[in-house]
Design a protein around this ligand. Sequence first.
Ligand code: BDR
Ligand code: CA
Length: 314
Amino acid sequence: SHKIIYDTDPGVDDAMALFFLHYSPDIELVGITTGHGNAPVETTTRNALYLAERFGIDAPIARGAAGPLSGEEAHHAAFVHGENGLGGIDLPETVALQPIDQPAHRFIIETVRRHPGEITLLAVGRMTNLALALREDPGIAGLVKAVVIMGGAFGHNGHGGNVTPAAEANIHGDPLAADEIFAADWPITAIGLDVTHEVLMTTDYLRDLAAEAGDVGRFIWDISRFYEAFYRRKGLDGISVHDSSAAIYLVAPHLFETRRGAIRVVRDGLAFGQTIQKPDRFGFPPGAWDGRPSHAVCTGVDGPALLDLYRRTL
Ligand code: BDR
Ligand code: CA
């Protein structure tokens, strides 16, 4: 089974992906790290603790970065995930469960060093915690098994960004951190909007989950009402499957097509936060991608199979 550290900013779709990880027999969740993103880090941490307590998810939770590496203020997405990050459902201010006494990036370093070659980092929020871990201990790059991220928009399948036409939220929220993690020589697979905007959970799908997946299914129904209304205003007939697509990649990579190449992140100007891959198989004159390691970007997905696997797992 895969040992996973889940770096997350819950977040409606983050919570849904957490349930997949928890119920998947092939995954061992060795820790949860939180960060700024869909809501402030205090809120995303409270949400992770609440979810773990309520659904009996037994993994240490470490609180992470409050803002991007640049020191600028963090931007949140209350209009997508609700002020409380979980679609505005009733939540307690505090929960009995407490985070561990160690910041997220240290927890990542220690855990990777304790299990060399065994840990997969699944990052579905801003890349700040991963970048901080790399800065403090670059040696972990050679010790992780894999890095799977939900992030980026690489222009495949006609999809652009979601924060701007060029940029996806997890990259836009800390482009410097993202550029640093893509510069490191560890095996990254990026699941971006190119594929997550290809997979939709319709209202009927969510209603079936609510009927078939017990307490967790009903909980998903409750937290997804606000989120679904956001996507409906965008003209979609359901919710895009962002973070769960990345979680599913861990156990079912055969459902995805990938392309390899070095990745850069635009850090200023109109395209701030854009991710650009230089495909290995094309020749280009020397440029900003040279000397960077090759990573995999998902370009295609079997949506129906992915949705079926999620449903059966829950
Ligand atoms: C990503 O941004 C967040 O809003 C979601 O949780 C997901 O990780 C999608 O762009
Ligand atoms: Ca997320």
